[in-house]
Write a protein of this length. Structure first.
Lengths: 194, 252
């Protein structure tokens, strides 16, 4: 088995149909990113398990991979999203945590980001509540864009819909979120007050 | 600041060591779950050649799955042209990544001889010992272990700067993650790790965090005075067990 480090994910996945070992390269490329996303959605108890299940499901259905996508991230995020949806209670617990406390990751200490961080933490409880109140599909889309940092086209691919549908839905979701948050941005307010 | 930016700021992020430990565990699960399905397929390979190979190699008393995959990647780094090698057992995983760092992911305190062998195969001059223990019955008839002796390394340890250059220790006790940089080990030095290879559900386990020793002589195991069993014997039905021989044969 030889792996060309420049080979696209699509190449590796297609070749893995006859050389299954090559799929480990897909795991090594993307597992950290998928794991971070699952961790953010479900917490540490399930992150490892759901990530393994995601790649296992991907491995088992790799024959259906659309080779037009050289980057497998949207496909993997789509599978991860379906795996995550099986753990609603864990996700609800995670959202409750978001409502009650700021993010639990190591805080970056860049001074230029401090204001954004403070704003986010102040809005956190309301944002967590608004996120929890969203319909599941809307929440999936919003988090794929916000946390997985997928483009509209990639999010559309992950969710099996069209880019225009994603744009329209995301617009509605953002309007709703803004309304739930009271269109309140403390930083803007403070800046305007000065 | 948009609601998307706010969400990004609030995204929970795992500590890097925890992330890597979880990633390795997920990799193992993935390999273990994917591999058996291949056993009956036409493309089953008889040799241990790839990340999903299923043939298990017996290493000591415990079977280990040796995986030689392509470029191993560390989160945040690009894949390199090097090769990686992984040994997986039920108790632990040892993985040498393309950059030469060796990662131990320890799930259970078991099979120290196999662990030593796997580390040495990856170029780490390792001494792994099991700590002899006595077994007693505690509350609810649960086994409670007590060390029969302790390995004292305080006088044989390499300087702190060396420890820091060679070793990164994850935050969790178990499953534990240790990252070793063999290139940073001074000539003649050794990595020492000791733990009690106890039965499942036993409480009172002791594990010594890995340390770099100035030479490759195993430290002495200093006998521990026998513990008075009064606290762990709440009822007259509790029986005190005898010493349990270490499962690790004495190695050189």
């Amino acid at each position: 088995m030889s792996i060309d480090t420049r080979a696209s994910d699509a190449d590796l996945i297609v070749r893995s149909l006859t050389e299954p070992d090559l799929f480990t390269a897909v795991f090594d490329r993307h597992s950290a990113e998928i794991l971070r996303y699952v961790y953010a959605r479900l917490g540490s108890d399930l992150a490892e398990d759901v990530t393994a299940e995601t790649f296992l499901a991907a491995f088992q259905c790799r024959g259906k991979y659309d080779g037009a996508w050289p980057d497998a991230r949207p496909w993997l995020y789509g599978i991860a999203t379906r795996q995550i949806s099986r753990h609603r209670r864990a996700e609800e617990r995670r959202l409750r945590l978001l409502r009650s406390a700021p993010a639990d990751g190591p805080a970056e200490d860049h001074s230029d980001r401090a204001a954004e961080r403070v704003t986010a933490q102040r809005l956190g409880p309301r944002l967590g509540a608004a996120l929890g109140a969203l319909p599941r599909q809307d929440r999936e889309l919003l988090l794929l864009v916000a946390w997985a940092e997928l483009s509209y086209a990639e999010a559309a691919s992950a969710l099996g819909t069209t880019t225009s549908a994603v744009k329209a839905r995301l617009h509605r979701v953002r309007v709703r979120m803004r309304r739930e948050l009271g269109d309140d941005d403390p930083v803007d307010k403070e800046n305007n007050d000065e | 600041m948009s609601e998307i930016d706010t969400l990004r700021e609030l995204r929970p992020v795992p500590p890097p060591a925890e992330l890597e430990a979880m990633r390795m565990a997920a990799r193992e699960r993935f390999v273990a779950r994917a591999a058996p399905k291949r056993a009956h397929r036409r493309w089953r390979r008889p040799l241990l050649v790839g990340g999903l190979s299923t043939a298990a190699a017996a290493a000591g008393a415990v079977a280990a799955l040796v995986l030689a995959s392509g470029p191993g990647t560390v989160p945040g780094q690009q894949a390199t042209a090097g090769r990686s090698r992984t040994v997986v057992t039920a108790a632990w995983t040892v993985r040498e990544d393309a950059g030469g760092a060796v990662r131990i992911y320890l799930r259970e305190y078991a099979n120290p001889a196999g662990l030593q062998q796997a580390l040495r195969a990856d170029g780490v001059n390792a001494i792994v010992r099991s700590i002899p223990y006595t077994l007693q019955r505690g509350f609810s008839n649960k086994p409670v272990v007590h060390p029969a002796c302790n390995y004292v390394t305080i006088n044989d340890r390499a300087p702190l700067a060396v420890q820091g250059a060679v070793l990164t220790v994850g935050r969790q006790a178990l499953p534990a993650l240790f990252i070793i940089h063999p290139d940073a080990m001074p000539p003649g030095s050794a990595l020492f790790l000791a733990f009690m290879a106890t039965p499942p559900r036993a409480t009172g386990n002791i594990a010594l965090k890995p340390v770099v020793l100035t030479d490759d002589t195993a430290p002495a195991c200093v006998p521990v005075p026998a513990k008075v069993p009064a606290q762990s014997a709440p009822t007259p039905t509790v029986k005190k067990g005898g010493p349990v021989p270490s499962p690790l044969p004495k190695a050189a």
